[in-house]
Design a protein around this ligand. Structure first.
Ligand code: UGA
Length: 440
């Protein structure tokens, strides 16, 4: 199968590479020449575990190539995937900016040659595939094509394994011909019996938003319950374990923390709220999840302040981890972006370390943040340490050493990596999230 992938951002690059690993011939197209040059030199613009090896392998075996030239990449393709960015619109109204999608549709329209399925891979509002269809039809009335929606459910940091071993594949199509072609593309997954949900285009488009909104609600729910645990003296870890054992609830995504971030949940929840408004409907639970998430970040600032005796002014705070989750260098909507400046505004000095995210962090955080080479250097002379992102290298810290390096033994664990009792026995003043049960 010949596949063209338009957009070499996170989704396009991972998806295109994985399709080539399936055995398809894939051409990835991007307008940004510098990005394509880098990819052609074997440099990967994002950090995603396993991606470089897979790109190298498939480029060497001749199944994967990168180009800026759409007009040479589209003719002859069985499927053209649109995986360009859909950032929140500049108007700040929560709408997704679809101009890149429509631009791509216009450009590819005149290059079509033979039957082609045009597939929306980017997360797009309901109705976008129909717009793409209209644009292509207008530009090239004789073209032989179908449109389809094939949302992605990849997690950053685990994208390759999510792609190769998905819980399901969702395909929104209207014609049997398009359905067969997309099923053929995903054929390698039949071996591991991956369920394929074949449905209408609108259902597929909405499925993506519903999945992310549900997960955002689940996180905000456990964050609120964690806060209740702190109030009543209960322990959220045992509670989450106990409710998660109920198959109807499930144990995943019940980890309380500083609030969800990333390029997906914040953007997609806002976009869903705007979409339903247009139809005169409501998603009150999603609105509540968004509010709870903002409040959770503010609550973390207060937690740190309280641990420092009511004021952060004049204190140095060491941050371990800055990215919105481990195994990525992505800083988009990371809770650290709101928590750190809030502390600095009230007179705190910040030292920070992140295994992969420091270059990106510099673009998002005040320039006074002092970046360090490792966790120990970060903690040296600080009044408190905040474990912000649960990178593996922070899971087995030499805690005795950390305590000695700190000016005050204050450990604020926003990811509940450490055991409160052990921390107390080591001489720390420790706070987790939702760890209200006092250890004896
Ligand atoms: C999310 C979804 O999990 C993917 O299925 C989806 O494809 C992707 O968005 C997307 O729309 O492209 P991602 O944003 O990469 O993936 O990261 P997650 O692992 O879902 O984490 C998102 C945020 O939630 C992180 O800040 C994480 O720390 C937080 N989180 C997650 C919690 O606070 N608690 C949890 O129990 C789980």
């Amino acid at each position: 199968m010949n596949i063209t992938m338009i957009g070499t951002g996170y989704v396009g690059l991972v998806t295109g590479t994985c399709f080539s690993e399936f055995g398809h011939r894939v051409t990835c197209v991007d307008k940004i020449g510098e990005k394509i040059d880098r990819l052609n030199r074997g440099e990967i613009p994002i950090y995603e575990p396993g991606l470089k090896q897979l790109v190298d392998k498939n480029v060497n075996e001749g199944r994967l190539q990168f180009t800026t030239d759409l007009s040479s990449a589209v003719p002859g393709a069985d499927a053209v995937f649109i995986a360009v960015g859909t950032p929140a619109s500049r108007r700040g109204d929560g709408y997704a900016d679809l101009s890149y999608i429509y631009e791509a549709a216009k450009e590819l329209a005149s290059c079509l040659n033979g039957y082609t399925v045009i597939v929306d891979k980017s997360t797009v509002p309901v109705g976008t595939a129909r717009q793409v269809e209209r644009i292509v039809r207008e530009k090239n009335p004789d073209a032989d094509f179908d449109v389809a929606s094939n949302p992605e459910f990849l997690r950053e940091g685990a994208a390759i394994s999510d792609f190769m071993r998905p819980d399901r594949v969702v395909i929104g199509v209207e014609s049997k011909r398009a359905e067969k072609l997309l099923r053929d593309i995903y054929k390698p997954l039949y071996l591991i019996e991956t369920p394929i949900v074949c449905t209408t285009i609108e259902t597929a488009e909405l499925t993506k938003y519903a999945a992310n909104a549900f997960l955002a609600i689940k996180i905000s729910f456990i964050n609120e319950i964690a806060n209740v645990c702190e109030a009543v003296g209960a322990d959220v870890i045992d509670l989450a374990k106990a409710i998660g054992m109920d198959g109807r609830i499930g144990s995943k995504f019940l980890h309380p923390g500083p609030g969800y971030g990333g390029s997906c949940f914040p953007k997609d929840t806002m976009a869903l709220m705007r979409i339903v408004q247009e139809y005169g409907e409501n998603v009150r639970l999603v609105e509540a999840a968004v509010e709870v998430n903002a409040a959770q970040k503010a609550r973390m600032v207060k937690k740190i302040r309280d641990m420092l005796g009511g004021s952060e002014a004049g204190n140095t705070i060491a941050f371990l981890g800055l990215t919105f989750k481990p195994e990525t260098d992505d800083m988009r909507e990371s809770p650290s972006i709101s928590i750190i400046p809030a502390l600095m505004e009230r007179g705190a000095s910040i030292k920070a370390h992140d295994p992969k995210g420091m270059e990106e962090a510099k673009k998002h955080l005040p320039k006074e943040v002092q970046y360090c080479n490792n966790a120990y250097e970060t903690c040296e002379g600080a009044d408190a340490v905040v474990l912000m992102t649960e990178w593996n290298q922070y899971r087995a810290l030499d805690l005795e050493k950390i305590r000695k390096l700190l000016r005050q033994p204050i450990f604020i664990d926003l990811r509940n990596v450490y055991d409160p009792r052990t921390m107390r026995d080591l001489g720390f003043r420790y706070a987790g999230v939702g760890r209200g049960a006092m250890p004896d």
